[in-house]
Structures are given as structure tokens and as C-alpha cells.
Design a protein around this ligand. Sequence first.
Ligand SMILES: [Zn+2]
Ligand SMILES: [Zn+2]
Length: 241
Amino acid sequence: MTQISEGVYFIKGQDEFIPDSHTYVVGKLTSQDLTLIDPGLMGKARYKIQAILDMGIELTAIKRIIMTHTHLDHIGCLAEVRKEIPWAELWVHATEAAPLEEGDERIVYGMEMFKNMCQMQYNLKPGAFTFQVDRKLEEGDNLDLGGTSWEVIYIPGHSPGSVGLYDRSEKILMPGDVVYADYAIGRFDLHGANGPELKNSLLQLGELEVNTLLPGHNRIVQSLPPGYITDTAKQWAPYLA
Ligand SMILES: [Zn+2]
Ligand SMILES: [Zn+2]
């Protein structure tokens, strides 16, 4: 686990033939009010929990789990993580909370063919990704997470209920899978994805001042060039029309 700033920690995903999302831990360690962002892929709970314990953090300090979105590579090990911290609340954007509570797994798997493959590979039963959501996030929510402040930014397009978390004072953005380093963006061909929405979301993120980009996969960037997200949006705009 790597410290990004006071109150933001990074646990790198361990990709397999399916990627594993990065996990971030948010909150000042002294606050005893910590939040996990995106647990990750099936089978990845153990090393991520261990990384947290290795920092001297007691698991009782973890109060909640926030999903940037509910794709399999982010939510796959949610059930494993919750076995370790069953008291932790689950916070998801309202648009993806509803299908999650109903057991509609189309967003989780993204496409039917992928669902069948993963259910076989990981021995997943239908309905494995049915969860009650404790708080339904909305655009503009202000979250005080263990002495750090984050704005919820609703950025659909990669998935219908994607959110970014933005710390305006520290200029830190967690965009989930909406935008990555190296001018890459999230895919927009999965169930509930939408190219024009993704374009608008990128343009919306482009209006934020961001120094530190903490995406769901690949490199993190700690001194993001000004205009980076807007440039990325422009490069991709022809494909997102
Ligand atoms: Zn995704
Ligand atoms: Zn992902």
C-alpha cells in the first residue's frame, strides 16, 4: 500500500486474464473512519486486506465501501471483503444501486458471453452479485471521509452509474474507469454504456483542476498536465459521437 497524500492510499490491482481494479483507501489514519474504494476482482480480497493490515490499520477502522461503478473487476471480491468487515456500509450511485439490489447482473458482467465465461471460470452462481446498498450516491453529494472531503461527480458512459470522487482542495480525482493515464478512456461497448454520455462526462471532468489522477487501472499520475482530460476527450470525441 502506497501513500498518495495524507488520507489517500493506493493498493495496486493484480491483473489476471481479467483485470483487477486498483483499490484506494481514503481517510486520515488517525480518524478511525476509513473508506475502501473499489475492492476489485474475485480472489483479490486477501492480499488487499493484508496490505491494509501491514500499514498497522485495524479493520474496525474501515466503515464503508464506495464503488466507482459495479463492473466485475471492481465488485468481484466485494463479498470476500465483506466477510472480513461485515459492518462496512456499501455506497453506490443510485443508477447502479437499483439493479444491484434486484440481482440484475447485466451491468456487473457487461456482456452475456463474458458472464458465461466468468461464471464457469470462477464458479459464480447466478445472483452472486446481489447486494443491499446503504447509501445511494448522487451528483453533487459532498462526502466527509475521515477528515478528507470529496465531491461525487456523476460521470455515466462507461457504465450507467459511474461516479468520480474529487477532492477539490488537494486536486485529486478518482474517475473509476472513465479516464486513465496515457490518453486512454474506459470502454463504451458494455451493457448500459453510452458513447455520447462518456464524451460529456470526460468534458465535465475536464473542467476540474486535477493534479493527481487515480484511475481504476494502469498508471496513476501525480502531476497531471493541465488540460489533460479535455485533450483526452477531444481525441476520443469522433468515436464517441
Ligand atoms: Zn469498468
Ligand atoms: Zn475496471
